[in-house]
Design a protein around this ligand. Structure first.
Ligand code: NI
Length: 138
């Protein structure tokens, strides 16, 4: 098991109370695990701010099955095939499709790809989920 570093944190009792209520609601076993996740999230966001950072994440879109959205979304993905690791398509209902694109590459390029698929006419929802391992990806 990797060696863990310890550090102390000072804060107002009211803030700590709110934090404890929040982590209890989310089901964390202890403060350390909750703080580690918050720090990983902040590190991921910082890496995604640097357009040249190598990062990984997912793009989730929901679009109208009828019309041209499916073809236009596929065209956009073919243009960015180097950044897309895999795609999952779910037929949500008679009218709607959900797709999750697992993406890996430079943060700037992945943001552009997320914008491109989200602005396609007929795409009703689009979100980029920022991920990082905290290390440089190969
Ligand atoms: Ni479908």
């Amino acid at each position: 098991m990797e060696q863990l570093a310890r550090f102390g944190v000072s804060m107002a009792p009211e803030l700590l109370e709110q934090f404890d209520a929040l982590i209890a609601e989310k089901g964390y076993a202890n403060r350390s695990e909750a703080i580690r996740d918050l720090i990983r999230g902040a590190v991921a966001e910082r890496r995604w701010e640097d357009e040249q950072s190598e990062v990984a994440g997912a793009i989730c879109i929901i679009y109208d099955h009828h019309g041209n959205a499916g073809r236009l979304v596929a065209d956009t993905q073919h243009e960015a095939y180097r950044s897309i690791v895999s795609t999952t398509h779910v037929h949500l209902s008679h009218d709607s499709c959900l797709e999750v694109l697992v993406v890996k590459g430079r943060a700037g390029e992945l943001r552009s790809l997320a914008d491109a698929v989200t602005r396609v006419k007929g795409v009703k929802f689009g979100r980029l989920i920022l991920g990082t391992t905290g290390e440089n990806l190969p």
